[in-house]
Design a binder for this molecule. Structure first.
Ligand code: MTE
Ligand code: MO
Length: 405
């Protein structure tokens, strides 16, 4: 049933309820008319996103970028992908917002207001690459359930906040601490208040890294609502699911955190490679840690028509917790590779920019393929990497099509 038909079956009372106000001239409204106020909210204006972003799901909201939209060195809000597992919290009251640190391995539980966090601790800013573990999922075969991300679930914004390690030192943690887990204000899609949509975490060593932030700013302003306002845990280089939005509580655990989406096939892959489509036992699944080496050509846009046979390409490359050591591109389907210019990251865990000048031998159709290699000598595969039940970690080479005309 389409929305118009559906609306014609609604009583006036339920239309008013849905609008949230009395329909004052209800008597004058044409029969079967669909009041504009019943239209689905426009997610682009709701979240201040560029109109070229792609909505993958409305309940919950999930949106991805396209490669050419990610050309900025620091990703602005309008091009940042959105990945929600539950419902975005409503009526956030920042004057009463608290961050509580608790768990088996704290000396005593302690809470901080936003003001206390901002005034009692030194603030730091880092550009941090956040890539959804499922980025690239749409390519896997047999297909994996979940958001069918293509390539746009990655961002590298600048985050400002306090170091988690400074806060944990202030609280006092015990020597048996092995993991931290976050708890957030978003609510489960089922409406069950006892269920968390997601509650993930990282080993204590990752939690204590300099770049692991409890952030209260993104790109120099308050964190946008959909990205975790007013407080967010940000751990770059790992699947972005460990970077808890709308952060309220961090538990310091004496065992691997067992919150929602820490077990089963969530953010876990077979510890040893399996044949596509295999059923994998729970015990044979391992938690994803650092993300693999990957890159994107962000200029030009795929499909570009070139008037000259010389093209300047550029993009970004990243390698989870490692640095990218080499960036190459190919115009002959990977037969030969040309080394690109590669910059150092703005800081550890930030993506790196690359550029190259490509000369095409004559008019015609070409594909530009890009391949990054990390500091351990691991390169992106040209075809899909190992299949896994949920379709994580697809870091195959990015390609664009161009024509010299
Ligand atoms: N509280 C909370 N934090 C969360 C999520 C969520 O649903 N709730 N989604 C996680 C996942 S799976 C990803 S990929 C990133 C997405 O961050 P973004 O929406 O700011 O791009 O947030 C992570 N943090
Ligand atoms: Mo994610």
């Amino acid at each position: 049933m389409n929305r118009r038909k559906f609306a014609s079956t609604l009583s006036l009372a339920s239309i008013s309820a849905a609008l949230g106000a009395e329909l004052v001239f209800a008597g004058q409204m044409p029969k079967g008319y669909l009041p504009l106020g019943l239209n689905d909210p426009d997610p682009f204006s709701l979240f201040q996103k560029d109109k070229d972003m792609v909505v993958l799901n409305e309940k919950p909201w999930n949106m991805e970028a396209k490669a050419h939209l990610l050309n900025d060195r620091v990703t602005p809000n309008r091009f940042m992908f959105i990945r929600n597992n539950g419902k975005i919290p409503k009526n956030i009251d920042i004057s009463n917002w608290k961050l509580t640190i608790d768990g088996e391995s704290v000396q005593q539980q302690k809470s901080y207001s936003l003001k206390e966090l901002q005034t009692n601790f030194t603030s730091y800013s880092y550009q941090l690459t956040l890539e959804c573990g499922g980025n690239g999922r749409s390519e896997f075969n047999p297909p994996a359930k979940g958001n069918q991300w293509t390539i746009g679930a990655v961002s590298c914004a600048k985050w400002t906040g306090v170091r988690l390690k400074d806060v944990l030192r202030d609280v006092g943690i015990q020597s048996d601490a092995v993991y931290i887990g976050y708890h957030s204000a978003d609510t489960h899609l089922s409406g069950d208040p006892n269920k968390e949509p997601i509650s993930r975490g990282v080993p204590i060593a990752k939690a204590l890294e300099d770049e692991t932030l409890i952030a209260y700013e993104m790109n120099g302003g308050p964190i946008p609502l959909v990205h975790g306002h007013p407080l967010r845990l940000v751990c770059g280089g790992w699947p972005a699911s460990v970077s808890g939005k709308w952060l309220q509580r961090i538990s310091v655990r004496n065992k691997v955190h067992d919150g929602a989406k820490m077990g089963g096939s969530s953010y876990r892959i077979p510890c040893e490679a399996v044949a596509p489509g295999s059923k994998v036992k729970d015990n044979d699944m391992c938690i994803i840690e650092s993300m693999p080496v990957k890159s994107l050509i962000t200029y030009p846009k795929t499909g570009a028509l070139l008037k000259k046979n010389i093209l300047q390409i550029n993009g970004h490359a990243w390698a989870g917790e490692l640095q990218v050591e080499k960036m190459e591109c190919s115009i002959d389907f990977g037969s030969t590779w040309q080394v690109c210019k590669l910059e150092k990251p703005a800081n550890r865990l930030a993506w790196q920019h690359f550029a190259a000048t490509i000369a095409f031998p004559k008019k015609g159709y070409y594909e530009v393929w890009a391949r990054a290699t990390d500091e351990h000598g691991k390169s992106q595969p040209m075809v899909l990497p190992g299949w896994n039940p949920k379709g994580y970690l697809n870091n195959a080479c990015h390609r664009i099509a161009v024509k010299v005309v």
